[in-house]
Design a protein around this ligand. Structure first.
Ligand code: ZN
Length: 176
């Protein structure tokens, strides 16, 4: 595994929709295992395959749901099939842009349909942090980034922040 396996937010792959997974086989299960490892090392709540350079519709999450129960699972070809009309705004970040949280509006709850790692059809209703995480990761499979959902001003600030950080990094200066 490369030292920094998570692609940065300005990587062109992250702006493109990922391909559907035709068959849930060992290769997909191995990719999911690798993604769980990468997510845990980065202390993240969710990760999409495209973030590790594999533009496939596969996401992993590890978050508490609205009742506080831990939801650690992989979702193959996840799609949101129903959502609340109500939106809630919460602070949100992305493993492709660590340490930068901004307010993002999200549906209060979503119903997501997907396949599990055995290829079985499944669906569930997510609310709370779990719902935010599912929407964030499904967005990644569509090439949509968290700041695309924020106000234009916040989006511009986020991009500026990232570019400045990159220049500091390239100049060998420690980030503040
Ligand atoms: Zn993300």
């Amino acid at each position: 595994m490369p030292e920094e396996p998570i692609l940065p937010i300005d990587h062109p792959l992250l702006a493109l929709p990922s391909a559907p997974i035709e068959r849930v086989d060992d290769e997909v299960r191995e990719l999911a295992e690798e993604m769980f490892r990468v997510m845990e090392l980065a202390r993240g709540a969710g990760l999409a395959a495209v973030q590790v350079g594999r533009p496939l519709r596969l996401v992993v999450v590890d978050v508490p749901d609205a009742q506080g129960a831990r939801r650690r699972m992989a979702m193959v070809n996840p799609r949101i099939v129903a959502a609340s009309e109500r939106t809630v705004v919460g602070e949100e970040g992305c493993l492709s842009m660590p340490g930068y949280d901004i307010p993002v509006p999200r549906r209060e709850w979503v119903e997501v349909a997907f396949q599990d790692l055995d290829g079985g059809e499944a669906s569930l209703v997510a609310s709370g942090t779990f719902a935010v995480c599912v929407q964030h990761e499904v967005d990644h499979t569509d090439g949509v980034l968290f700041f695309d959902r924020a106000s234009r001003l916040r989006r511009r600030r986020a991009k500026d922040h990232f570019r400045k950080g990159r220049r500091r990094h390239e100049a060998g200066v420690r980030p503040q």
